[in-house]
Write a new protein. Sequence first.
Lengths: 183, 343
Amino acid sequence: MNVLALDAAGRFSLTALRRSDETFYATSVYGQGAVRAVYSSVDQVLETGGLKVSDLDAIVVNTGPGSWTATRIAVTYTAGLAFGAGLRVYGYSGFALGKRIDARGVAFIDQLGKTVAEEGAGDAGFIVNLFVNEDGASYLADRRAWMDEMLKLGAEALAAGEPGDPLELRTTYFQEFLAGARN
Amino acid sequence: MGLVLGIETACDDTAAAVVDDELRIRSSVVWGQKQTHQAFNGVVPELAARRHAEVIMQVVKQALDEADVCLSDLSAIAVNNQHGLVRSVVVGVATARGLAVSQGLPLIPLHHVEAHVFSAIMSNPELFEEHICLAVAGGHNALIHVHEIGDYEVIGRTLDDSAGEAFDKVGSYLGLPFPAGAQVDALARGGNPKAYDFPRPKIKDGTLNFSFSGLKTPVRMVAEKLQSQDSAADVAASFERAVVDVLIAKTLAAAELRGVKQVSVVGGVACNTLLRQDLPKAAAERGIKVTLTPPRLCTDNAAMVAGLGQYKLRHGAVSKLDIDATPNAPLGRRAANYRPNQG
């Protein structure tokens, strides 16, 4: 099973590719423009893994919240790839992923949502890790588990026969999460 | 038969279309966002981008379905990557690149205003020859000397607001919902264009430039004191008369200055009833022929993008998928300093 994962919600565009028993990773910085950064990271990981889009079985994408423009590009780019190649594409919010990766995240995210809802984002007391001075390699190293979990989610969704319709793929915005419209 | 899919997301219309190699429009789908922006009396860029991202795949699918084709039937995908709101433009570019990569299709990046110029050519092939194009809409307002396709010289432009912006603003003064251009036009049909003598900005300044910002103030002052709907119609008609007088005077001056006998009018304001009625008459008196773009190609659409894409495909102007959004790109190589977004 070949699965591609894309996360452009943070400071770099991150990709991971699961090809049989091997996993490949790539990063791309936004300094070159968000559109180019997103597709470059996808091109790069496919090239490293020796696969074409048509060789994939599914794509997984972080639908946000995060960098509005880069996340939106990631969502629309993967929808285009999936629609064109007849692939399934699965979108998960960063919160859904965070809760799954670390049980401690459930309490943190629930508390974060509650605090922001009650006090506003300015007083929530959390740091968005967008502007931390970190190079691509260490950024990726910190997030390998995250990307691996995305690949795992994609493989599970595909095995379960979830539709993964590219026409239904949507970006997740923080306000929607707070309003309970998305999970 | 070579088919090109066009994708357009410059502002607040999400559009996709399929055009064949004889420039016949096989499908043209436009998904507007009027309701999203009406409460703000103008386009909110972030909201526009969100709506584009939500619907673009459905719009593309509908365009393919209506043309009764699959992606594998296409020869190329054309996309506007050079003009508009950056957050909106990137949605179209990302989608087009994703579709192109998945099918191994060439990408044709192009300029939104150039696609508008081409929309007139799609209805009159004589315009492949040298002509003057009045491009007038909400986001751009320019007089372009089209030497040939791809060779443009911007010889006049607005120094502040476009005519389309002025129509929308005057509409709001008259209590009409955004976007108000078509409604001001409809209201003006029942009004007296001589009721108010609004200024004709820069009409005799000896340049080909426009300025519509200053016209709004006297219109607003009159509109604020209005008592009846009849008076509103008079204001709309008088305002429209002033704008159209300027557009006609500058366009014909441009044609005469350049010794060109063909003129085209493109963009959303090209739908205006008075402009469509009076420009051909005034031009005919000076031996100039006018091509009015069909209304469905005037407002933002992807058929013009796909049509220009066909032309560029034929002439080898395709990208190696190395594309990015450059939404403030100049129009044509002769117009290095012209940025439509800056007026």
